[in-house]
Design a protein around this ligand. Structure first.
Ligand SMILES: NC(=O)c1ccc[n+]([C@@H]2O[C@H](COP(=O)([O-])OP(=O)(O)OC[C@H]3O[C@@H](n4cnc5c(N)ncnc54)[C@H](OP(=O)(O)O)[C@@H]3O)[C@@H](O)[C@H]2O)c1
Length: 336
C-alpha cells in the first residue's frame, strides 16, 4: 500500500453492496484522503453522503481510476474485468466484490477471519467470495481445523438484496400489491418473490445454479480444501436483508454439540445464538445491520456418522459483501 491515507474510489456506489460499502467506510472511519464514487451513466450527478462529505457520483469511463490507491468494485463482473487490471497496473489495489477473479489462482480470495495470510500474495487485485461462501467458510473453518470436515450439505435461504437493489425494490412493490389486493408482477426475477420461495433465478450451469457452483468452489478455495465434498441447494426467500443456511456437516472425529458451541463461540466473526427452548436462534431480522455470523440450532445430526447440524444467518450486504471488502482494505493498510 503506497499511502496510509489512500485515495479511495467505489465503483457501483449507488447499488446494494456499493452503497453499504460507502456507509461502512464511514462507520469504521476508514482513513481515506479522498473518496470518489462511480456508477453507470444513469446515476451520474447524484449526490451521496459520505464520511468525507457529500460526493457527486460520476459515470465510470476511461482511465478515471488511475490515481486511486484502493478501488472497491461492486458493479458486476464485466465492470471489474474491464477496469480492475488498469488499477493494478497503475500501482493501486482493486478490492473486487464481483465474481470476476474469485477463481483466478493469481488473485487471492480473502475472508479476513479465515485466510488473511493469502492477502500477501496479491498483485494488485484481491477478490472477495460471494455472500454465502463468506459466512459458510467462517463457520466451517474452525470445525475443519478442530475435527476435520468430511462432507457438507447446505440449503440456503437468500434475501432479495443479494440479487441487487432491483429485486429488493420489486419485493417491496409486490408486498404492497398483495396487501392492496392487486396481483403482483415479476420483472427482475422469473417469479413473484413475495409470499413465495424460489429455488432458482440464477443462471443454470448444467443441473446446478451458478450460485451453487460458486458457493462450493469458493468455500473450498477459502478453506484451502479443494477436495472437500459439498452438496448445496440455493433458494431465494422473500426477506429483504440477511442470508441464512441450514447446514449439515460430517466430521472426521466425533464432536459433541456443546464442544461445537464453545468452539464456534470463541471463533472470529461468529456469535452463537442457540437457545431454541426460549426461541433464540439465528434469523435474518436479528442479524441485519450487524457484521456477525449468527450460528445456532447446533445439534447432533443423528442420521449421519459424526454429523452436526446447525443454522446460520448473516447480513449479505455487510459481512457477505461490504464489511469483508473494507476489512481486506484495513489489512492492506495495516500490513503496508
Ligand atoms: N448484493 C449483495 O448481497 C452482494 C453480495 C456480494 C457480492 N455482490 C456483488 O456486488 C456487485 C454489485 O451487486 P449489487 O447487488 O450491489 O447490485 P445492484 O444493487 O444492482 O448495484 C449495481 C451497481 O453497479 C453499478 N453499475 C452497473 N453497471 C455499471 C457500469 N457499466 N459501470 C459502472 N457502474 C455500473 C450500478 O449503477 P447504477 O445505479 O447507475 O445502475 C450500481 O451502482 C455484483 O458483482 C455482485 O455479485 C453483491
Amino acid at each position: 500500500m503506497r499511502s496510509q491515507r489512500p485515495a479511495v474510489a467505489v465503483v457501483g456506489a449507488t447499488g446494494a453492496a456499493g452503497g453499504t460499502l460507502v456507509r461502512i467506510l464511514g462507520e469504521r472511519s476508514f482513513p481515506a484522503s479522498t473518496l470518489d464514487l462511480y456508477a453507470s451513466a444513469r446515476s451520474a450527478g447524484r449526490r451521496v453522503s459520505t464520511h468525507l462529505g457529500d460526493v457527486e457520483v460520476r459515470a465510470l469511463s476511461g482511465d478515471a481510476l488511475r490515481g486511486a490507491d484502493i478501488v472497491f468494485f461492486a458493479a458486476g463482473a464485466g465492470t471489474s474485468r474491464r477496469h480492475a487490471p488498469a488499477v493494478a497496473e497503475a500501482g493501486g489495489i482493486a478490492v473486487d466484490k464481483s465474481s470476476a477473479y474469485r477463481m483466478d489462482p493469481a488473485v487471492p480470495l480473502v475472508v479476513p477471519e479465515v485466510n488473511p495470510e493469502t492477502l500477501r500474495e496479491h498483485r494488485g487485485i484481491v477478490a472477495n467470495p460471494n455472500c454465502v461462501a463468506i459466512p459458510l467458510s467462517i463457520v466451517l473453518a474452525p470445525l475443519h481445523r478442530a475435527y476435520g470436515v468430511r462432507h457438507v450439505t447446505a440449503a440456503t435461504y437468500q434475501a432479495a438484496t443479494g440479487a441487487g437493489l432491483g429485486l429488493a425494490e420489486e419485493l417491496e412493490t409486490q408486498t404492497r400489491d398483495d396487501a392492496a389486493g392487486t396481483p403482483p408482477t415479476a420483472r427482475v426475477y422469473p417469479h413473484v418473490l413475495h409470499g413465495n420461495v424460489v429455488p432458482g433465478g440464477w443462471t443454470m450451469m448444467g443441473a446446478d445454479t451458478e450460485e451453487e457452483v460458486k458457493v462450493i468452489a469458493e468455500t473450498r478455495r477459502v478453506l484451502g480444501a479443494p477436495d472437500l465434498r459439498m452438496s448445496v441447494t440455493t433458494v431465494r426467500v422473500p426477506v429483504s436483508v440477511g442470508h441464512s443456511a441450514a447446514v449439515w456437516v460430517d466430521l472426521d472425529a466425533a464432536a459433541d454439540p456443546d464442544g461445537v458451541r464453545a468452539l464456534l463461540g470463541k471463533s472470529a466473526g461468529i456469535v452463537v445464538v442457540d437457545d431454541p427452548a426460549t426461541q433464540r436462534y439465528p434469523m435474518p431480522r436479528s442479524v441485519a445491520g450487524s457484521d456477525d455470523v449468527q450460528v445456532g440450532r447446533i445439534r447432533r445430526d443423528t442420521g449421519r456418522e459424526n454429523g452436526i447440524a446447525l443454522f446460520f444467518s448473516a447480513d449479505n450486504l455487510r459481512k457477505g459483501a461490504a464489511t469483508n471488502a473494507v476489512q481486506v482494505a484495513e489489512l492492506l493498510l495495516r500490513d503496508g
